[in-house]
Design a protein around this ligand. Sequence first.
Ligand code: SAJ
Length: 435
Amino acid sequence: MGNEHHTGTESHSQVCVIGLGYVGLPTALLVASQGIAVQGVDVDQARVAALQRGEAAGSEAGLNDLLRAALQNGTFVPALTPCQAEVFVIAVQTPVTADKRPDLSYVETVARDIVPHLSKDTLVVLESTVPVGTTKEVLCPILAESGLDIGAEVLVAYCPERALPGNLLTELLHNPRLAGGINELSAKQAADFYRSFVRGPVLATDCGTAEMAKLMENTFRDVNIALANEMAKLAEAHGVDFWAARELANRHPRVDIHEAGPGVGGHCVPLDPYLLIDRHWELAPLIRQARETNDSMPEHVIRLLEEVGRVGPPGPVAVLGASYKRGIDDTRESPSARLIEILQARGYDVRVTDPKATSFRYPLQGFEAAVSDAAALILAVDHDEYARMEPGEMRRLSAARLVVDARNCLDSRDWTDGGFEVVTLGRRESDQCEF
Ligand code: SAJ
């Protein structure tokens, strides 16, 4: 990356990453760790100030160390507005509106913000998850306002991130990357850029294919989880243990049944199917049904609680786990939020606790305060801290003798022997023998 094309007095970095959220920040830091000068831009003043002090939000392993090293080397500069750069990476959110339509306003705003900083030979990469067609139909027309020839003077590509929250840095570094250009030259340039800092294979393609692939990945996950959830309900109806049957079914070389649970959370899997089916809902009854099935799971968990007939409103009920999945502090779209909303609407007094999360729509309590006078516990997230709980210790800490395990996290035999009634999602103990 030479800078011979850049003139004038504007400050200049080699790479400018816009949107310092859970994808943008680690990406910026990985690039910076290669000795490349990176400017990281975010409109959130508090976030930028914290980054300048060397504090990264969230609990991703290794992120803070990487941040401090990059600040010390001077390879990473957090800022509020973009400067001129050879490569722009757009990694802002693309939320879904209340009526499940994509909101591309953040991408559009950022695209407009970088127009004055474009020059000949700039590469613009979109990483945000977007509906198919967005790179060519939304991003390129805005970039063309620069007066530069898009596709010749300014190269443009769609390169989705595919890293799993909780294991972000490792996956960003090692997962295969897609470099989807608006033309061959753009794909080649984008592939070269990613090869400068990722170790996994970089696969060049066109931008529409890359957009579709990203949405297919998360929709595949959502539909498969819905299938598991439906099978868990059927196992309950048949008096069979879904988890035992799943283990056996997954011994088939071409079967991979996902885990059933209280629903699907996070900012990707429950939203991306709507980006995929946007403007074509009539073509996707299966995908829509999967969304409905997964959204119905909190209600199902409460049905499991109430079927026991031991606990009713006002409870109290303690919900263990607020994050959207195990091991992370992220509570966005967490199934626990919907679970609590329904419980409260039915008149339950609800206590919520989580070993990782610090911010949640409902007040979080310490573990002991949450469980002490509860009449029932709902295990909503299979954090390690919960998997390690001992029934004897729980008897000492809590008045509850009923546990609804929505994640198959506890050894139900141990807990039953320990004096608890355990209802596990997907499991009906019938006349099964021990093998
Ligand atoms: N879940 C289940 N059963 C399962 C797996 C997950 O109920 O068998 C639930 C989780 O508890 C959670 C939700 O689904 O509530 C989503 O969790 P996840 O681990 O499936 O996915 P995310 O949202 O953390 O990350 C996904 C990943 N996509 C895929 O695995 C296809 C990740 O690789 C993407 O980069 C990320 O979305 C993204 O940013 O798009």
